[in-house]
Write a protein that binds this ligand. Structure first.
Ligand SMILES: Nc1ncnc2c1ncn2[C@@H]1O[C@H](COP(=O)(O)OP(=O)(O)O)[C@@H](O)[C@H]1O
Ligand SMILES: [Mg+2]
Length: 295
């Protein structure tokens, strides 16, 4: 039934807005990107005088009550997750028949950034923030279920923030029957319809693996994993052990959640093998990065 509706609305669904279009107090400036359900625009808040990112779900999702419930869930989850590593929801509202979710405007997604070279120090700086952000969500009983580079947004001063809680759920102990998420970073058990904190850990581990190795291992994740030698270059064996544990094909052998992964990470004094770079982990949660490398 839902499927039919989605297909029948397909042609009318695109909420393509022209540059200069006005939505309430926001003026659209350009299209930034789109995922499966929404289009994201850069816009100008004409009252606050600031640039923002506006996420507008496709019409077809605002036109039925099931997906309105999903939208409301996404908004409410993001509104209550207050952490420097989670993209802050500034505002959510209807403007006419469009639904807007307004966020601070970032520079690009991690997926975009990964197309260009990143130093080990930069990757480790991001990595620490990413694990901390997912740990915060898990601490608040929120499963993200769609952790991938497209859903991390970069900001100035080497800050990175997790967004897109569109598939997120409050963990209730119940298993979901339908598989959702993105195949590339999805754990085997989530693909079978069993998402959990451990499957978020897996996806996070795969993103980190890819940042360090340049390769994305695929099911059934057999050793030797592609790019494994490159993965190890310049980072400590303790850090590699954490990433390997996070992507173990067997959920029971992984960290039980990102909080446990974050705790293990905090114990590593020197994540980089070059100790002349004074990058240390172990800053308290939410405190603004004492982890940044000197210079
Ligand atoms: N705050 C932001 N600043 C800059 N770009 C963003 C921002 N939010 C999203 N984007 C871009 O838009 C894309 C889709 O956003 P996302 O929130 O993931 O929506 P979807 O549910 O459609 O995947 C992201 O992958 C990113 O490229
Ligand atoms: Mg997305």
């Amino acid at each position: 039934m839902t499927t039919l509706r989605i297909f029948s609305n397909q042609s009318a669904s695109q909420s393509n807005l022209r540059v200069g279009a006005r939505l309430d107090k926001y003026r659209i400036q350009k299209r930034l990107g789109e995922g499966g359900f929404a289009t994201v625009y850069a816009a100008f808040d004409t009252i606050e005088g600031r640039h923002v990112a506006i996420k507008i779900p496709d019409d077809r999702y605002v036109s039925n009550s099931q997906s309105l419930d999903d939208l409301q869930r996404e908004v409410r989850i993001m509104a209550r997750l207050d952490h420097p590593g989670v993209l802050q929801l500034k505002n959510a509202q209807f403007a006419g028949d469009r639904f807007l979710m307004v966020f601070p405007l970032g520079e690009e997604s991690l997926a975009d950034r990964m197309c260009r070279r990143m130093s080990r120090a930069l990757i480790v700086d991001y990595l620490i923030q990413m694990v901390d952000a997912v740990a915060f969500a898990h601490e608040n009983r929120v499963l993200h279920r769609d952790i991938k580079p497209e859903n991390f947004i970069l900001f100035p001063d080497q800050e990175i923030r997790l967004t897109d809680f569109g598939l997120a759920r409050i963990e209730s102990g119940m298993h979901d029957v339908s598989a959702s998420g993105t195949l590339g970073y999805m754990s085997p058990e989530q693909a079978m319809g069993h998402p959990s904190f451990r499957s978020d850990v897996f996806s996070l581990g795969l993103v980190l693996y890819r940042m360090l190795s340049g390769e994305l291992p695929e099911y059934p994740f057999e050793a030797p994993l592609p790019g494994y030698n490159r993965l190890r270059r310049g980072v400590s064996s303790d850090l590699i052990a954490i990433i390997r544990k996070a992507i173990d094909p067997s959920p029971r052998k992984r960290f039980r959640d990102a909080v446990a992964m974050n705790n293990a990470l905090a114990k590593i004094r020197y994540p980089l093998s070059d100790r002349s770079v004074a990058q240390r982990v172990g800053a308290g949660r939410g405190t603004r990065r004492s982890t940044r490398q000197a210079a």
